[in-house]
Ligand binder design. Structure first.
Ligand SMILES: [Mg+2]
Length: 375
């Protein structure tokens, strides 16, 4: 870790003992636009904007071809069309993006349970300890990117460093389909050259305020005292102060806010018998179980969701005395509700299972045991 001795006025108590972490930030390349180009060959190699083409529409994502014309996400569609008259607008398909997101999370979960999503297509991973026992975080990143490409046909870029801020900053350095490492000791120098508008956590308005204060780069930011930054930017002040030094001790927080883990399936043919329902629930329950196991969590409430052919939807929940995550425990928890559905007055088109009231799995269940379900 780089030692900086020039900040006598800064109390570094919280930051003196920096944990040695290996953090990977994975970010899909032009995510929505790439999904659309993957699924529609007519769009490949062309400037594509995902979003509304109408008067008040906004570009949600732009393909790399569109970016060459200056089209960017969050740009009004009218402006985008002016910059690129042959721009093709495509309506977003969030269901598909969510499916792809779940696929990339399955790849992440092969390596670590410490996954903190930033959005559908971006996440921090703490791979200091990883299931494969790989020492180099850059190798983990390489394998993850390869795994993502195999699973989805899409490319991702990665940033690798010793904290979240630097990993995030690094992931855009070699886009698309590349990765970049900021090793310990190099963070501060990397940050020094970074334009202030590129800093994660500095929005356009803050960037403008900083420029007015003469802060154009990380090096400029580094010259400001903690007191000044606190007075000027309030709660964000200390964050700016430390990241200007390449320091960020925030841990990767894995889905602690997540309230439920679930899976569901809409069937090709509606089902009418208990036997069919039991059989079709097996992969759904397994998926929920794997998901929970990979996160090291169990749920104390198990919910069965049923959607009928006429789209009427019902849910049946059961609370248990202990959290569960094993397939057999989930299956027996929903069995009474399932049995109750039959004989069914109308055909069933969808079944889903959700675990909620989540808690860390019982410590008696070792993580290696759970892993057997994750792989
Ligand atoms: Mg992205």
């Amino acid at each position: 870790m780089s030692e900086t001795n020039s900040d006598q006025n800064a109390s570094a108590d919280d930051h003196a003992a920096q944990p040695t972490r290996k953090i990977v930030h994975v970010d899909m390349d032009a995510f929505y636009a790439s999904v659309e180009q993957r699924d529609n060959p007519d769009l490949r190699g062309k400037p594509v904007a995902v979003g509304g083409s109408r008067e008040r529409g906004v570009v949600a994502a732009a393909s790399y071809e569109a970016r060459q014309f200056g089209v960017k996400s969050a740009m009004p569609s009218v402006t985008a069309r002016r910059k690129c008259p042959e721009l093709i607008f495509v309506k977003p398909r969030f269901d598909v993006y969510k499916t792809v997101s779940a696929q990339i999370h399955e790849v992440f979960a092969r390596y670590t349970a410490l996954i903190e999503p930033l959005s559908l297509d971006e996440a921090y991973l703490d791979v200091t300890e990883n299931y494969e026992g790989i020492e180099l975080a850059s190798e983990v990143a390489l394998q993850i990117r390869r795994g993502i490409q195999e699973a989805t046909g899409l490319t991702a870029s990665a940033g690798i460093s010793y904290n979240k801020f630097l990993a995030k900053m690094a992931s855009s350095q070699r886009k698309p389909n590349g990765q970049f490492v900021i090793p310990p000791g190099r963070g501060e120098a990397f940050v020094a050259t970074l334009p202030i508008g590129k800093f994660f956590g500095v929005g356009p308005a803050t960037a403008e305020r900083m420029r007015l204060l003469g802060i154009e780069t990380g090096a400029d930011l580094r010259e400001r005292s903690l007191e000044f930054l606190q007075q000027t930017f309030g709660k964000s002040g200390p964050y700016f102060y430390w990241v200007a030094r390449g320091i960020d001790n925030r841990p990767v927080r894995s889905d602690r806010v997540r309230k439920s883990v679930g899976a569901e399936n809409t069937f090709v043919t509606d089902l009418t018998t208990l036997e069919e329902a039991r059989q079709l629930l097996v992969p759904i329950i397994d998926k929920v179980s794997r998901h929970a196991a990979s996160k090291g969590i169990g749920g104390q409430t198990v919910t069965l969701k049923v959607k009928y052919a006429d789209f009427e939807q019902i849910t049946r929940s059961r609370s248990l005395s202990v959290p569960v995550h094993l397939s057999k425990d989930i299956a027996s928890a929903i069995e009474p509700a399932l049995t109750n559905l039959f004989p069914t007055p109308k055909a069933i088109r969808l079944l889903g299972v959700t675990l909620s009231a989540l808690e860390a799995s019982n410590e008696k269940t070792p993580i290696v045991h759970q892993l057997a379900f994750a792989i």
